[in-house]
Structure formats: structure tokens, C-alpha cells
Ligand binder design. Sequence first.
Ligand code: PEP
Ligand code: MN
Length: 337
Amino acid sequence: MIIVLKHDAPAQSAERLLERIEAAGLQPLHMPGSERVVLGALGDERVLAELALDSDPDVESVKPILAPYKLVSRELHPHDTVVRIGSVAIGGTALAVIAGPCAVESAEQLRASAEAARDAGATILRAGAYKPRTSPYGFSGHGPEGLAILREVGDALGMPVVTEVMDTADVELIAEHADALQIGARNMQNFALLRAVGKTRKPVVLKRGLSAKIEEWLLAAEYLLSAGNSQVVLCERGIRTFETATRNTLDLNAVPYVKGKTHLPVIVDPSHGTGIRELVTPMALAATAAGADGLMIEVHNDPSAALSDGAQSLYPQQFTALMTALRPVAQVVGKSV
Ligand code: PEP
Ligand code: MN
């Protein structure tokens, strides 16, 4: 419920109404605007109706939030949210480019890949220390040693780092080492993980689930916000369809659609979205043209030797060419790179 107070409502009316909302067992929200004071009340619809806030003398109007997700919705929060990962803003006028290898394989591999990414213009480094692999025999990352390498390389190159967390037991350690936590596609509906990450104050990159509808993805984000973490970046990374020519079908419809529904920034990962190196650059350009706030791209110093996702990882010179091609496209949609 969105509650707009009358312009001449006394200053203490907001506090009084917030107390009424809380006393009814609902979650009160205070959203002071430049013209009017706006309050929110989240919870059981029947309790909200019983409160009859619209008959309060200081209330001008009461409007239900129609979307099933509330805190994430533009109905409640009309203006774009800007999420900061280290010193890099995502959701403003600059297109944020996150790049790096799929996984931390060694200090040398990460450093060489990260240098290539940074020199070409990427501002955030990605690499997994805990990897979700389809086969239990696949390389599943170096865990804590991988985190230490990631932190060291990020610091040496002046790049904030983002890395995946798969288990609630690892949240604390990863939050100590990384500037942002990634929740992968396979864990988008791991509700215990969403709640645990929601309790941290680290920015989160929430990937869309392999078969998640947009509404389910936004409700997963709602878990994070309702646990207290509002620093959430949504990442479209392709979904399962009947098409098997590509690893996934990158759903670029989702970019303008989701941006219309939520104030959170939306980025696109064309590496996992296609699975094919040659398709990464065209889809990165298309994602930018569609209004994405950023990109996540896999870059490896030697893709042929990569321990995971080599086929979709760009060679350093391909990433440099991508960044060059990106600048005029970003400019057309009013963004800088
Ligand atoms: C990744 O970013 O390396 C990854 C595993 O992504 P996703 O969860 O989108 O498959
Ligand atoms: Mn990968």
C-alpha cells in the first residue's frame, strides 16, 4: 500500500501513521518526497484493509501496489536506483562493464585476464572461486585460495571484484573478500541463500534463473530487499528454450520490460546467454541498444586452456574490439563507457 499524506499534514503525522502500521504487524516504510510525504505499508492485504488508512484525517490517498513484488517495484519507488560496487556506479549514465574469466584458475591467469579487461576499459573484475558445475567432476573453483587471489589482483589493478556465492555457509567469508556477491542462475530461487545475502550490506548481482519467469526473478530480488539489502543489480543471462543451437536464449525483451517494472539496474551477460564466443560482441551491442545498465563479459588470457567456459570466453583482443564497438552504441542511448 502506498499512503500519500496531505500537504498540510502536521509533521508528526508520518510518525503516528508509521506506528499504527507497525502495531498492526505490517512493515512500515518512510519515503519522504520533495513535495509530499509518502508512506508504505507491506504485508497481509486483509490487515491493510482493516486499518482503513484512507479515513485518517492526515491521509490524502491510499493506493495498492498491484505488482506481487513491492520493494522492487517502480510503483513504490519511481526513480532509478544506482548501485555502487566499490567506486563504480551501476544504473547511472555510465554503462558499467564487468569483465574477467569464468573462474580464478591461478594468480597468473587471473592477473593476465584482468589486465586485459582493465586495459580495454572494464571497470569491475569478475571471476568465480566457487563454481556451480553441471558435472561433479568439473573444476569447481579454488574456494578460499581463489578468493584471496581475486582480492589481491583486484586491489593491484584498482578494480572492485564480484564473485559468486553458492552456499549460506560461505556468505561471510566471500563478503569479507569481495565488493559484490553474485547469486548465480542455479541459485536464483535458493531462498535461504537470498535471505542470508539479503542480511549483508554488500551489493548483489542477481542472475536470472535458467527457467525463471521475469516475475519469479523480481520476487527473488524482493527477498533480498525485504531482508534489508537494497543494493541489487539484476543480470539477464539467457534462459532455457526449445532452441539448442546456442547455450541459452538471451532474452533481450527482458531488459526494457524489467526496467519498466523495477527501479533496480539491469545488466546483461551475453557470454552465458549465448555460450558462443562469436555471438558475444553482437549481443553485447544489442543489449546496450536495448537499454541495459551494464554488461558482464567473460574474458580469458588463453580461452583454449580455460578450465570452464572457454568456448564463450573472449580473447583479450576480441574484448578490446568489443569495447571499441560499444562506445558509439552507448552514446546513441545516452550512456558513456
Ligand atoms: C558465471 O557467471 O560464471 C555463472 C556460472 O553464471 P550463471 O549463474 O549465469 O550460469
Ligand atoms: Mn562462466
